[in-house]
Design a protein around this ligand. Structure first.
Ligand code: ADP
Ligand code: MG
Length: 315
């Protein structure tokens, strides 16, 4: 019996963290990812897809900065919307190709995510985005109203990363899914918007964590499984230490304890673990953190896999 599965794909799986990957590299990476998604669809699962966009937004920001004297830079919510369009298109083409000769119905939905204007993230932006720059450049951008911070490798812009409250276009995604489409939605965590006093929506300068947004989307579309696909085979306790221990099947209580003990780095594995905990804590059946190659095994699709096939959190 097929499940309704939301797969969240890491942006870093599509380019290097520095974002320098060529369009060809990105296309190939998306093709590889979609081959795995196609296998699940062929196995009878109802699949919805979401994706990260960190490196791609970094590339757009760099172009904004380099071309600012010729073309007015666009705000961050526009950058996110642009990446939803490009990555969504790549995913549609790649998934159709991977499903052939089956007739594929694939649609990418431009998706807005509601955030709270009073979210403390706006007062204290901490999410680093884009490339590292020398201090001189950072100071120049600060004069334009941006916040920049010094890191070990140089200066980097930091922006607000508010909590996703609601995936505003989830209903459109559900309607398409129920019409038989494989839907790409909430890319990059969704285009961040706030509700104005008159009830309309406005874009804001922020980025939303794609894993936390995926947990909200997965609940909204009543997915039974949330699969977070990244570049490591699962969450690890004592990551990077001699006592590192991969976490396989785990319960909510145990994972919360490991989280509280600081095993999962903020900004990378941290939000994935938090998203898994939120999804299952909120009534989802199971959440999986794994690499692309192991999705099928982690969902019980293929048998005979040896070793850890992912972090599998069950209710
Ligand atoms: P994505 O682009 O898929 O969101 P991230 O880079 O944000 O990927 O997160 C995955 C990375 O998290 C891994 O490559 C790994 O280096 C890092 N990481 C940090 N802490 C852990 C941990 N405890 N267990 C496993 N990976 C971890
Ligand atoms: Mg990430």
């Amino acid at each position: 019996m097929g499940e309704r599965v939301l797969i969240a794909l890491g942006g870093n799986a599509m380019t290097s963290p520095e974002g320098s990957a060529s369009p060809e590299d990105q296309r190939l990476a998306v093709e590889q990812a979609m081959a795995h998604a196609a296998a699940l669809i062929r196995a009878g699962h109802e699949v919805m897809l979401t994706h990260g966009n960190g490196p791609q937004v970094g590339n757009i920001l760099l172009k904004n900065q380099l071309a600012a004297h010729v073309v007015p830079p666009v705000p961050l919510d526009w950058c996110v919307a642009q990446t939803q369009g490009t990555i969504g298109t790549l995913m549609m083409n790649a998934l159709e190709r991977a499903l052939a000769p089956l007739p594929a119905k694939v649609a990418a939905v431009v998706t807005r995510t509601l955030v709270d204007r009073d979210d403390h993230a706006f007062a204290d932006p901490v999410k680093p985005i884009g490339q590292y720059f020398p201090e001189d450049d950072a100071r120049r951008f600060e004069k334009l109203g941006q916040t920049w911070k010094r890191f070990e490798r140089g200066w980097r812009r930091v922006v607000a990363s508010p909590e996703p409250i609601e995936i505003l276009d989830a209903d459109a995604a559900i309607a398409l899914m129920e019409a038989g489409y494989t839907v790409v939605a909430s890319g990059g965590g969704g285009v961040p918007v706030v509700r104005t006093p008159d009830g309309t929506l406005d874009g804001v300068e922020a980025v939303i964590d794609k894993d936390l947004a995926a947990a909200v989307l997965a609940r909204a579309v009543r997915a039974t499984a949330l699969v977070i696909a990244t570049d490591v085979p699962g969450a690890v306790a004592g990551f990077g230490t001699p006592t590192a221990r991969p976490i396989g099947r785990v319960g909510v209580g145990e994972l919360r304890l490991l989280q509280a003990a600081g095993h999962f780095a903020s900004g990378s594995m941290g939000p994935k673990v938090e998203a898994a905990l939120r999804f299952v804590g909120d009534g989802g059946r199971r959440a999986v953190i794994t690499s692309l190659e192991h999705i099928g095994a982690a969902l019980g699709e293929t048998t005979g896999a040896t070793g850890i096939i992912g972090t599998i959190l069950e209710r």
